[in-house]
Design a protein around this ligand. Structure first.
Ligand code: ADP
Ligand code: MG
Length: 239
């Protein structure tokens, strides 16, 4: 059954909208592009026309704007692809290791003790590698921001039951009070004045839910925080 999932592509509704708009704009743009090209050809064949230079300049302006539109639709399609869910069979431990390579330098520089307790025989899961990297990067970024230099971040993975695996990320940082915990998944909620975006956890939550999983948070002011991500061995195909 995993096989069937392997190359399955699924656009989120926002991604689908972006891709749809891009395609709808591309078609008429291709026609404008073609016709403007024909006008240039015609102009080239009428050297005696007194308006030729002016008409040619105007037509090139049209082509320039067409190019700009194409650039925009190209970026829209790129955005749509990033919203794409691409299911493959993967080792969650590998995903964790991949994300840690992004944080290695900071860990070294700030003397943060990253403790890996990854289950040796963790079953592979059918899920989205890119989106899971995003999830663990967001949670680990927060853990790194919460601990002092010399702090500790422990990452543990395990098989929960026949259907689920889990990863917990525990830090010994400043922790959160109950009031803060109520709001952490709301877009733009941040306690990091000046540098926080408040988008990390809402995005993380959205991805985990989309992949059929769940997130739990435990925290104690002055003690630290633990985020636990539960993931199904098989991400659902429905939206
Ligand atoms: P940002 O990191 O930009 O503030 P997030 O959505 O990633 O936005 O996090 C929202 C808030 O949740 C943070 O501002 C912080 O108050 C709290 N938070 C998240 N992770 C931790 C953590 N490991 N320790 C303490 N507080 C945390
Ligand atoms: Mg963050």
């Amino acid at each position: 059954a995993f096989r069937e999932l392997q190359h399955h592509h699924k656009l989120s509704s926002l991604g689908r909208l972006a891709a749809g708009v891009a395609h709808e704009i591309n078609n008429p743009m291709a026609i404008i592009n073609e016709k403007a090209g024909l006008i240039l050809d015609l102009l080239a064949r009428m050297p005696e026309n007194p308006h030729r230079d002016k008409l040619e300049a105007l037509t090139r302006d049209i082509l320039k704007s067409v190019d700009r539109c194409r650039n925009i639709t190209h970026r829209l399609l790129g955005f749509a692809r990033r919203m794409d869910v691409q299911i493959e069979v993967l080792d969650l431990n590998d995903v964790i290791r991949e994300v840690l390579t992004f944080l290695e330098k900071e860990a070294l520089y700030r003397n943060i003790d990253v403790r890996l307790q990854l289950a040796e025989n963790l079953p592979r899961i059918a899920s989205d590698r890119g989106q899971l990297q995003q999830v663990f990067l967001n949670i680990l970024n927060n853990a790194f921001e919460a601990v002092p230099d010399g702090g500790t971040v422990s990452i543990t993975s395990w098989e929960v039951d026949a259907d689920k695996v889990a990863v917990s990320i525990q830090d010994n940082g400043h922790g959160m009070d109950e009031e803060t915990m109520k709001h952490i998944f709301e877009p733009f909620f941040t306690t990091k004045k000046g540098y926080g975006t408040g988008l990390g956890l809402p995005i993380t939550y959205g991805i985990v839910k989309k992949l059929g999983g769940d997130i739990q948070v435990q925290s104690q002011v002055g003690e630290g925080t633990t985020f636990t991500v539960y993931l199904p061995k098989k991400a659902p195909l429905a939206e």
